[in-house]
Unconditional design. Sequence first.
Length: 326
Amino acid sequence: MTTTDTYLTTHGITVLAPARTVYGVIADVADWPQRFAPNVHVEHLERTPGAERIRIWATAGGAVKSWTSRRELDPDGLRVTFRQELSAPPVAAMGGEWIVTSHGDHVSRLELRHDFRAVDDDPAGVRWITSAVDRNSESELAAVKALAELGGKLGELEFSFEDTVFTTGEPALVYDYLYRADLWPERLPHVARLDLKEDTGGRDTGGGGEPRVQVMAMDTRTADGSVHTTESVRVCFAPDRIVYKQTTVPALMTAHTGSWTITPAGDGVAVTSRHTVILDPGAVERVLGPGRTVADARTYVQRALSANSTTTLRHAREFAEATARG
């Protein structure tokens, strides 16, 4: 494999918010799956003052890619530089920089610069990378702008909650139940349809190894009888954690991420479903009716998601305990 040509791109946007507010959005990489459409999940591998090493799963050009990067954070200079340590083909190498420039108390300019090389300088690879960088950069810049300009309103629209059940069943059986989402239509009453694709063969129900990535489309029934179609990417960390991002969300949300975790508890395990949601304020009255508020939407969304998650948790518990009884 040889690579020689380096390609440079620059994308920018004007943000009607203070520069430090904008910098805060790009610096907090743990929240990126919730903030940016392409990002699915971020794992911190190392963290030191002013630097971090992360692994990212993200969609690019219609595929799910994963890579490891180092980031250098400069809060005084309002810059974040990044360099991929291990890139995913057709990318041979990639790095870049976020740069925030103040243009007054409430106006900023944000630039996102990339430099990259393609495997074997393949022209098709260059075109694919350029297209993915253009699309993702524009999406991320628009998301930073929208979030920064929300200011304090974001706290009203974003919220998290959890549901937990306890089981004495085998943790591996619980994990397998959650992992085998392809079987949910025949196992769970609220799942009407589910199409699932996995990027690697086989099932990962053992202890570790490379996480499995699943892409799925699901039709879900809610308590009022309506059916919602969602699309998600799941990263499965056997034997005790599955994280996901909905890439197509119901009308009331602009973002939805979550996780399933299995942790020791007494003489059994606690199985927890966690959700983090950002509501779409413009959709509240359209979906729920005139006069309904963001507070009403929070209640509606939490009840719907919690009802389905709790049903899944209870069925997983029953499956693990019934299997143990033989």
